[in-house]
Design a protein around this ligand. Structure first.
Ligand code: ATP
Length: 186
């Protein structure tokens, strides 16, 4: 089975592409979804986070306050690394298990930090969804109503565009329309 990694910075269009592939029967393993799974209520990672960062990061409903966590860790590298030390090994385990269970001629691993996290070692080839940085910011603002400073901080923790492109086996340009993206991916 061929394992294909799909990556790209925040708002580059990974989900737009993988939803379309999923509709065409491709199995998608989603690192963002896995990062939510490992901190579900009752999971050991959430207990560790509460212990290390404070119980106020867990709401009355037992869920991690992801927005507060994002604000904290993307403004403080030490805290981000501490959070990643809790979550990354568990995300990795979850991804490997999902890749192992996948059926079909190929499976896609979608991750914003495929290269940064070493997850690229889990795949046979890497596809980068590429857009100029200004367009990333514009699309994320209209999707999330996030503050531009937070988006820039998140981007600063990801590879810059050029470094990501150098590592790509295949580049898909997503600077045009969604239908053009589908056309390029077909
Ligand atoms: P993240 O890393 O934050 O999860 P992502 O790479 O999965 O982001 P998407 O959520 O797929 O990115 O796309 C970001 C936003 O841009 C979404 O609102 C999406 O609908 C929109 N978008 C994606 N591709 C295009 C396009 N070609 N034209 C216009 N809008 C687009």
């Amino acid at each position: 089975m061929l394992k294909v990694g799909i990556t790209g910075g925040i708002g580059s269009g990974k989900t737009t592409l993988t939803k379309w592939l999923e509709n065409h029967g491709v199995v998608i393993v989603d690192a963002d979804a896995a990062s939510r799974t490992v901190v579900e209520p009752g999971k050991p990672a959430l207990k560790e986070i509460a212990h290390q960062f404070g119980s106020h990061f867990v709401g009355a409903d037992g869920q991690l306050d992801r927005a507060a966590m994002r604000e904290l860790v993307f403004s403080n590298q030490e805290k981000r690394l501490a959070l990643e030390a809790i979550t990354h090994p568990r995300i990795r385990k979850e991804l490997l298990s999902q890749l192992d269970r996948a059926l079909g001629p190929y499976v896609v691993l979608s991750s914003p930090i495929l290269f940064e996290s070493g997850q690229s070692q889990m795949v046979d080839l890497s596809v980068v969804v590429d857009v100029p940085e200004a367009l990333q910011i514009k699309r994320v603002i209209s999707r999330d109503k996030n503050r531009v400073e937070l988006i820039r901080k998140i981007m600063a923790t990801q590879l810059d565009r050029q470094s990501r492109l150098i590592k790509a086996d295949i580049v898909i340009d997503n600077s045009k329309s969604v239908s053009k993206l589908h056309q390029l991916a077909a």
